[in-house]
Design a protein around this ligand. Structure first.
Ligand code: ADP
Ligand code: MG
Length: 685
């Protein structure tokens, strides 16, 4: 079993360089390779004869070489190699451009299976740039070829060969997790056959059957995992019954702004839950900037003045720090003690905080996932809030709520998911929606431009800074890439700091910097010492600097729409007219369409629906948008039927064997562990 978790570096033919490239495809272990699912298939299995060829269509032929190759050089820098062949229906030429070395590879009388584009010029039949192999090899032609997702420096054939080798040696170690009864009930393929046929299917029908089996297995594991976790955490549990407190309304009256109607409505829903006996588990959805934080703070206030502790967990240290600042600013004057717990604190400081927390001297703990570590003990945790829940795994969320005796739970998110799906996935969560933005917000003016506009954008930034404003510039990468032509934060930062904006103060922020440095930079940006902040997507969630009114995004085509919308939400948070400039460096029409959607809508729900439509559910849900474990085969949208069956089966299984300890179900339990225990994805590039 353990050989499956071996690092790919130990495979024959995989050196450090290849391993690095494979890692970019999220492949680290042998098992990752085995479960690296083709994104498409090319059917090279159906043979045709020359006579049956259709112009520009790829065909597979069984041929014999009938003469030596000839090379023709019609122009400088261009040579055409032709090798004559025959098949059962006639004569033709294999044709290659600028690949003279192939001339001596073929001998008269040899048989080959070839696949290439069919062409006919006058009476001459041609097969353009064919792939070829000896009959019986059956690797590249004469069968259905898997098409894998690729990255620079790795072509389809590299991956195909690797997977072929790995399957030969390691497939036998993949255990069957599905109980026999289930396999029989749905007439499923066994796991080895399914994996073989998802990579190298004997027919498209068999591939579909293989895919169904693997998708079912994944969704069953997902549903079992979610259900066990729900049962452990919140279903039907009695929770804390917080008393009604009039002080909460005084607190609200003293806020620097008036709550929106939507905020009031959601707070009422929260208060009702808090004051009832049942344990609250509520999802608060609201677009960027709709004011979720203050709703959380008011709930925290209510919990604390009722004699309980409260916790708020945020996905990045930057965001946690910012929450800490705004929460303590509001609560300190009520004699409520707030502390920040993040990974970068000194050991001594951490121990102090943990002790004070345990002994009840801290009222509110704010932090990253540092606050769900085993050594963090609360004295009397009454309310646990998770901000930007999509950035956390389901497991992290559950762990936080297990830190107290059935504390009330709020999870907040700006990423909407369709309702049917929410019901299946979060069936136990009640949902509140903040569907209104605070008044006085000006629409953010959004522009999509190409590379040629950079200088004009810089001039515009200059003008705004001279009026006192600040700008964010976001790049997709931290460092320069060897081969990709994509803007990196470091490179752009040096250029802007030393050349273009050497009269201003330019800062750099990215996820790989030490925390202390990040905090310092953020602080300098907040107090307007830094005019321009060049950054990666670390600033994507939550960051709040109302004086910043320009968001420029380089290589905008490389981000998801929902992500762009989140980034745009960093501006337009104050009184100033704000601008979002998307630099789209791709000519792709879909890319343009996506930019157009952002220009025409500022509604996160609409944008995320369109995103889904354009990118397809695979990619939409493939990214970290929902906090669920990563699915490799199943697709939450197109496999909705399988999901329903899996949900039903999961309930049946748990009814008879709630702890999954029977011989039949044991392997499912292990699979759940490995699916849910993965850490949430890295939050920065
Ligand atoms: P998000 O929902 O994206 O987390 P925040 O909670 O960060 O949004 O709120 C965005 C900004 O709006 C903050 O500066 C916050 O102080 C402000 N804000 C929140 N509610 C209101 C309100 N009712 N009126 C005016 N400003 C508000
Ligand atoms: Mg927020």
């Amino acid at each position: 079993m353990d050989s499956l978790n071996k690092n790919i570096q130990y495979l024959k033919g995989v050196g450090p360089k290849k391993a690095y490239r494979l890692r970019r495809l999220n492949i680290e272990t042998i098992k990752d390779l085995i479960y690296f699912i083709p994104r498409d298939y090319e059917d090279r299995s159906s043979f045709k004869t020359l006579r049956e060829g259709v112009k520009n269509e790829k065909i597979t032929l069984d041929i014999e070489i009938v003469g030596p190759g000839t090379i023709n050089k019609p122009r400088r820098n261009m040579s055409i190699l032709k090798i004559p062949f025959k098949d059962s229906s006639g004569f033709g030429n294999l044709v290659w451009f600028n690949q003279d070395y192939l001339k001596d590879k073929f001998y008269v009388g040899e048989r080959y299976i070839v696949n290439g584009k069919f062409n006919k010029i006058g009476i001459e039949y041609q097969i353009m740039n064919p792939v070829y192999e000896k009959p019986g090899d059956s690797k590249k032609v004469g069968r259905i070829i898997p098409i894998y997702p690729l990255t620079e420096g790795l072509n389809n054939n590299d991956i195909l060969k690797l997977i072929n080798n790995v399957l030969n040696e390691y497939l036998k170690y993949i255990p069957e997790t599905l109980p026999n009864s289930i396999i029989r009930k749905h007439n499923l393929m066994n796991v080895h056959e399914a994996i073989l046929n998802i990579h190298f299917p004997r027919s498209i029908d068999i591939m579909k059957k293989a895919k169904n089996r693997l998708a079912y297995e994944e969704l069953l594991t997902l549903q079992l995992g979610l259900s066990t976790m729900k049962n452990k955490t919140y279903i039907n549990k009695n929770g804390i019954q917080f008393p009604f407190k009039k002080d909460v309304y005084d607190f609200i009256d003293n806020l620097p702004f008036k709550l929106t109607n939507a905020q009031v409505k959601v707070l009422q829903e929260i208060f009702e839950d808090m004051e009832s006996k049942k344990q609250m588990s509520r999802l608060v959805q609201g677009d960027v900037g709709s004011g979720k934080t203050i709703v959380g703070i008011i709930s925290i206030y209510k919990a604390v003045i009722s004699g309980f502790q409260a916790a708020m967990m945020a996905p990045t240290e930057i965001l946690a720090t910012q929450h800490y600042e705004s929460i303590s600013k509001l609560l300190n004057e009520y004699d409520i003690r707030c502390e920040l717990l993040v990974g970068s604190l000194s050991k001594k400081r951490k121990e102090e905080i943990l002790k004070d927390l345990r002994e009840g001297r801290i009222d509110v703990l704010i932090g990253t996932h540092a606050i769900i570590q085993d050594n963090v003990e609360f004295h009397r945790l009454g309310l646990a809030i998770t901000d930007e829940q999509h950035r956390f795994g389901v497991k992290q969320r559950a762990t936080l709520s297990q830190k107290g005796l059935n504390p009330d739970i709020i999870v907040m998110t700006a990423t909407p998911i369709p309702r049917t799906l929410a019901l299946i996935l979060y069936g136990d969560l009640d949902i509140s929606i903040i569907d209104e933005l605070p008044p006085g917000r000006k629409e953010i003016e959004t522009f999509a431009v190409d590379n040629n506009f950079k200088e004009r954008i810089y001039k515009f930034i200059e003008k705004q800074i001279n009026e006192g404003r600040q700008a964010y510039i976001v790049c997709p990468l931290i460092e320069e890439s060897e081969t990709m032509d994509i803007n990196s934060a470091e490179e752009l930062y040096s250029y802007l700091r030393d050349e273009r904006f050497n009269n201003f103060s330019v800062g750099l922020l990215h996820g790989k910097m030490p925390q202390k440095e990040k905090d310092e930079i953020m602080e300098l940006f907040k107090n307007n010492t830094i005019n321009i902040l060049v950054s990666t997507t670390v600033i994507e969630v939550g960051v709040n600097v109302p004086n910043a009114n320009i968001m420029v995004i380089f290589n905008a085509e490389r981000f998801g729409l929902a992500q762009l919308h989140q980034l745009r939400g960093r501006v337009g948070r104050g009184e100033y007219q704000s601008y979002c400039i998307l630099i789209n460096e791709s000519m792709n029409p879909i890319s343009r369409e996506r930019m157009r959607i952002l220009q025409s809508s500022s509604d996160g729900f609409v944008i995320s629906e369109k995103d889904l439509e354009l990118r397809g559910p695979g990619e939409f849900f493939g990214t970290r948008q929902h906090g669920l474990p990563e699915l490799k085969v199943a697709n939450l949208f197109t496999d909705m039927n399988i999901l329903k069956i899996a949900q039903y089966d999961a309930q049946e299984i748990l009814k008879n064997d709630p702890s999954l300890s029977s011989d039949e179900n044991k392997m499912l339990g292990i699979k759940i562990e490995s699916m849910f225990n993965k850490n949430p994805q890295e939050l920065d590039y």
